[in-house]
Design a protein around this ligand. Structure first.
Ligand SMILES: NC(=O)c1ccc[n+]([C@@H]2O[C@H](COP(=O)([O-])OP(=O)(O)OC[C@H]3O[C@@H](n4cnc5c(N)ncnc54)[C@H](OP(=O)(O)O)[C@@H]3O)[C@@H](O)[C@H]2O)c1
Length: 366
């Protein structure tokens, strides 16, 4: 089979042939991987995407350094080619996607059944091949860490302490987080109804015998940095699905236009606009007080500026450092855990993810 084989590490942004560039070649007789267990599935790869991790791996800068030679590649989509005797959920011809540490820049890849997702009808394989890393990362960050949920409004009870609040019927108290805002999931039906939010809040505070000096309700504000990049685009989309007001930061008019087309409520060009002024102007016009969730795959000065827009108790989701500059976040503003740290990728022109398509018959608008 065909596979892209990395034989020497190096900086892939340098001209091929120079000493510091990597040496990678397409092998046309790379062995087709065998089914490695009874529950293994072999997939004929239709599309695989280029991730930041791949860029680091080829330079030997990723946390895992595979021995040379290796076939890079992480997320992919394709069609099931063969299954082990213990496989129950898939059969030949099924359309699947997944992600892996290595090996998707090849015609075939083998995965365990439990690592694969069925691609639903209506989703093309190129889109599915870009999904697992970017959308998986943003889903974990926004939905699990920051607790964004569809239909969510936030309620701020001043002078209260979440540990003494108890959920009442139909009201779910967010993750305990002393000293932070209290995010309550009120469900789709109640989401737009501020009066109902206030009533429930008052009754909850009363039940818990808590003094609530003021009650404010409104949508969560999500600020996405590097919003036109792979994880950024997915964060904007997931944020909108969760009902957040999304402020997207990127560089260049084409990227801003794209971000508006996928639903961003406000876009800021960080290559020319002052992000603090622009965001404050927008927030004021909407009657919003600040940012509740900062999604940060960029780092550097952009992070430092963004901290000035946060409301008290906001979540900071540290996703990566695409700028190459790891920011210092003072302990008094840091409330949420970091994910993984990476190195720089500069002068990126593309919007979203770079895709390698192995099957010309699949079409995508990505
Ligand atoms: N924690 C995790 O599990 C996880 C998973 C995936 C990725 N990541 C990390 O997240 C980061 C982004 O990944 P990605 O796949 O989205 O990469 P990407 O597609 O290359 O996007 C990176 C974005 O960062 C922006 N950027 C880079 N340097 C910048 C600078 N100096 N100032 C302002 N913006 C800058 C670029 O903005 P423009 O478009 O405006 O040029 C680009 O869109 C990487 O560090 C990656 O390692 C982490």
């Amino acid at each position: 089979m065909e596979a892209l084989v990395v034989r020497r590490l190096g900086d892939p942004t340098l001209a091929p042939g120079s000493e510091a560039s990597p040496f990678a070649e397409i092998s046309r007789d790379y062995p087709v991987p065998e089914l490695s267990s009874p529950t293994a599935v072999r997939v004929r790869v239709a599309a695989t995407s280029l991730n930041f991790a791949t860029f680091l791996q080829v330079q030997g800068k990723y946390q895992e350094r595979p021995p040379l030679p290796f076939v890079p590649g992480s997320d992919y989509a394709g069609v099931v080619d063969a299954v082990g005797p213990g496989v129950r959920r898939f059969r030949s011809g099924d359309r699947v996607c997944s992600f892996t540490g290595l090996g998707s820049f090849a015609e075939f890849i083998v995965a365990e059944e439990k690592e694969l997702f069925l691609v639903p009808e209506g989703c093309d394989l190129i889109a599915a091949g870009a999904l697992p890393v970017a959308f998986g990362t943003s889903h974990v960050a926004l939905v699990h860490r920051a607790q964004l949920k569809a239909g969510q409004l936030q309620i701020s009870l001043s002078a209260t302490h979440q540990s003494i609040l108890r959920p009442s019927a139909g009201v779910e108290v967010g993750q305990p987080n002393i000293g932070s805002l209290h995010a309550l999931n009120l469900g789709e039906a109640d989401a737009p109804n501020q009066a109902s939010v206030a009533t429930r809040t008052r009754s909850m505070a009363a039940t818990a015998s808590v003094w609530a000096a003021s009650v404010e309700a409104g949508p969560l504000v999500l600020l996405v940095l590097g919003a036109a990049g792979g994880v950024g685009v997915s964060a904007v989309q997931i944020g909108k699905v969760c009902g957040a007001v999304v402020i997207a930061v990127a560089r260049g008019p084409e990227k801003l236009q794209y971000l508006q087309s996928i639903g961003a409520d406000h876009v800021i060009d960080s290559s020319k606009d002052n992000i603090i002024e622009s965001a404050k102007f927008f927030l004021k016009a909407r009657g919003l007080k600040g940012v509740d969730v900062l999604y940060d795959p960029v780092g550097g000065k952009l992070t430092q500026d963004s901290l000035k827009l946060l409301k008290w108790g906001a979540h900071i989701l540290v996703i990566g450092f695409a700028s190459g500059d790891v920011p210092i976040i003072r302990a008094n503003v840091a409330l949420v855990k970091a994910h993984l740290a990476f190195a720089a990728l500069r002068d990126r022109k593309a919007v979203g993810k770079v895709m390698i398509v192995m099957d010309a018959s699949v079409k995508s608008r990505l």
